[in-house]
Design a protein around this ligand. Structure first.
Ligand code: SF4
Length: 472
C-alpha cells in the first residue's frame, strides 16, 4: 500500500484497483497528470527559492525543499505502508538530522481544498513523524495565486489520522477483492488514464451515464423507475418516461424524448435528424460569400488564451490546399499586438461570419473587443457574426455518440488529426513545455493541432449543410 493508491482510491475505488492490478497496456498517458507535475514542480521551486533537491541526502543536508522521496513505515500496529510526499518543506524544530524538521506539503490546482489533500497530508505526517523523529502538527497546501505560491496550513489532529487509518483499511480490502464497478460520477473519468478501458466496458454493459445529458443523479432516478441500461431506455415510451422525470419540471417530456432518441441512436449507430430548417439555412446563406473558422487554444487555470487560429474560406467547395490558415501567438507580454492582429483579420472581410465550436471563442472576442474599448454597438455587431456549430449541431441532430465534443463529433465524421492522440490538454502540455524550453518544436505541434481543430470544425459545418440540403 502506498500514498499513490490511497489518492487514487479517494478519487475512484476502481482507479486504485486498476493502478494496482490493471493491465498497464490499457492505461493511456494523461496530459492532465503531466501538466499537474510540471505546475507542481514550478510552484514548489518558487516557494523554496530554487533550494529544492531530491532524495534522502537533501533531508540530511537540510535543504529548504525535498522532493522525490519514498519512505516506508508503520501506520498502526502491524500495518505498514509507503508514502511519496509531493514536497517536504523545512521548518523550525529538532529532528534526527539537526536543528530543523520537515512538514509535508501538497499541490492544489484551483481553489478547493479537498478530502484528497487532507488525507494525503495526514498520511504523510504519520510516517514522516517517526522517520524524522519529530512531531508534525500541520501540513501545507500550496497553490498558485497570481503566479505566486499561496500556502494554506492544515492542522492535523487525531481525527484526521484516524480517517487515514480507516481509508487505508478500506483500500486494503478493495485491492484484495474483485475489480470495483465503474464510478457513478463519470465526470471524474474525463481526466483518468483508464478512461478508454472503462468506456469500453460501460458501452458493452449499456451504462445509462453513457447517454449524453444523463449524470449520476438522473441515472439513479431512471433505475428506481426500472430502467437499468441504455437498451431499456431506448425501448421506453417517451410519454411514460416524461411522467417519471418530474424533476425536470416543464421540460420533462422534452428531456424524455431526447434521452430515448439519444439511447436509440447510440445503440443503432444511426443519427436522428431534428427538423431545424431555419438555423442551418441561415448558416448556408451567411457563408455563401466566404467565412472564417476560428479556434482558440487556452490554459483555463491561468485564464490565458495562448493561440488563436483562423481558417479563411471562400466557399464550401474550396479544396483543402486552397484554404488559408493563420495563427496568432498570444504572449503574456505582448497581448495588445495579438489583439490588433485578430481584429485586423476579422475586419479584412467585415461581412464574413465566424464559425466556431463551443462558447470559448465568442467570449474571448468579447473580452478582446472590451479591452480595445469597442463600444457596445460595435461589440454586438462583431459578435453577431459568430456562429456556434456546437449549439447548432445539438439543435439539429441527435448523434450516435457519448458526447458532442469537437473531437468526438468530427472523429465520427471520419476526420483525422495529423498528430496522433491529441487533445486540448496535450496542446496545453506542449505550451508549458514551450515556455520552459523555448523549443520551437512545441510551438509547431500546437499550430498543427490548432489548424486541425479548425479543419475539424469545417468538416462539421459541411456535414450540417450537406445533410440539410438532403433533408429539405
Ligand atoms: S475511468 Fe472512471 S471509472 Fe474508470 S478508473 Fe477512471 S475514474 Fe474510475
Amino acid at each position: 500500500m502506498n500514498s499513490l493508491f490511497l489518492k487514487s482510491f479517494i478519487k475512484c475505488k476502481r482507479k486504485a484497483w486498476l493502478d494496482f492490478k490493471g493491465v498497464k497496456s490499457y492505461e493511456v498517458w494523461s496530459a492532465h497528470k503531466a501538466i499537474d507535475k510540471v505546475n507542481q514542480y514550478q510552484i514548489f521551486s518558487k516557494l523554496c527559492n530554487g533550494d529544492i533537491y531530491t532524495g534522502l541526502k537533501a533531508c540530511e543536508n537540510g535543504y529548504e525543499g525535498v522532493i522525490g522521496l519514498k519512505i516506508k513505515g508503520k501506520v498502526f500496529q502491524d500495518i505498514y505502508a509507503e508514502i511519496h510526499p509531493q514536497l517536504l518543506l523545512r521548518t523550525k524544530g529538532i529532528s534526527k538530522w539537526g536543528p530543523y524538521k520537515y512538514l509535508p506539503a501538497v499541490y492544489k490546482l484551483g481553489h478547493k481544498t479537498t478530502k484528497e489533500h487532507l488525507i494525503d497530508l495526514a498520511f504523510s505526517s504519520i510516517i514522516l513523524e517517526s522517520f524524522q523523529e519529530s512531531k508534525i502538527e500541520k501540513g501545507l497546501v500550496i497553490s498558485s495565486f497570481s503566479n505566486k505560491p499561496k500556502v494554506e496550513e492544515i492542522y492535523l489532529n487525531k481525527k484526521s489520522r484516524k480517517k487515514v487509518l480507516n481509508t487505508l483499511l478500506s483500500l486494503n480490502e478493495c485491492l484484495e477483492g474483485f475489480m470495483p464497478e465503474i464510478t457513478q460520477d463519470r465526470k471524474k473519468c474525463t481526466i483518468c488514464s483508464w478512461q478508454k478501458f472503462c468506456d469500453k466496458e460501460a458501452k458493452e454493459n449499456g451504462y445509462l451515464t453513457d447517454i449524453d445529458g444523463i449524470g449520476s443523479k438522473t441515472a439513479s432516478l431512471l433505475k428506481t423507475n426500472g430502467i437499468y441500461n441504455t437498451q431499456s431506455l431506448a425501448t421506453c415510451s417517451e410519454k411514460k418516461l416524461g411522467e417519471k422525470l418530474s424533476k425536470f419540471n416543464d421540460q420533462k417530456f422534452e428531456k424524455a424524448s431526447i434521452f430515448v432518441k439519444q439511447a436509440q441512436a447510440y445503440i443503432s449507430g444511426e443519427p436522428y435528424y431534428i427538423a431545424n430548417k431555419n438555423d442551418t439555412y441561415d448558416l448556408l446563406k451567411k457563408t455563401s460569400l466566404g467565412f472564417y473558422v476560428f479556434d482558440i487554444e487556452s490554459n483555463p487555470d491561468e485564464k490565458h488564451d495562448f493561440l488563436y487560429g483562423f481558417l479563411k474560406i471562400n466557399n464550401f467547395f474550396t479544396k483543402k490546399e486552397g484554404l488559408i490558415y493563420e495563427s496568432i501567438l498570444n504572449l503574456e507580454n505582448n497581448k495588445s499586438e495579438s489583439y490588433r492582429q485578430i481584429i485586423k483579420i476579422l475586419f479584412s472581410n467585415k461581412e464574413w461570419p465566424v464559425l466556431h465550436y463551443g462558447e470559448t471563442e465568442k467570449i474571448a472576442i468579447i473580452n478582446i473587443a472590451k479591452n480595445l474599448n469597442f463600444s457596445f454597438k460595435e461589440i454586438d455587431l462583431l459578435t453577431s457574426r459568430f456562429i456556434d456549430l456546437h449549439s447548432l449541431i445539438r439543435k439539429s441532430w441527435i448523434l450516435p455518440l457519448k458526447n458532442y465534443s469537437l473531437k468526438t463529433v468530427s472523429n465520427w465524421l471520419g476526420f483525422k488529426w495529423v498528430q496522433k492522440d491529441v487533445s486540448g490538454s496535450k496542446a496545453l502540455y506542449w505550451w508549458i513545455q514551450y515556455q520552459i524550453t523555448e523549443n520551437e518544436i512545441f510551438l509547431k505541434k500546437i499550430v498543427q493541432y490548432n489548424k486541425d481543430d479548425c479543419l475539424a470544425t469545417l468538416q462539421i459545418a459541411k456535414y450540417l449543410i450537406k445533410n440539410h440540403l438532403k433533408k429539405n
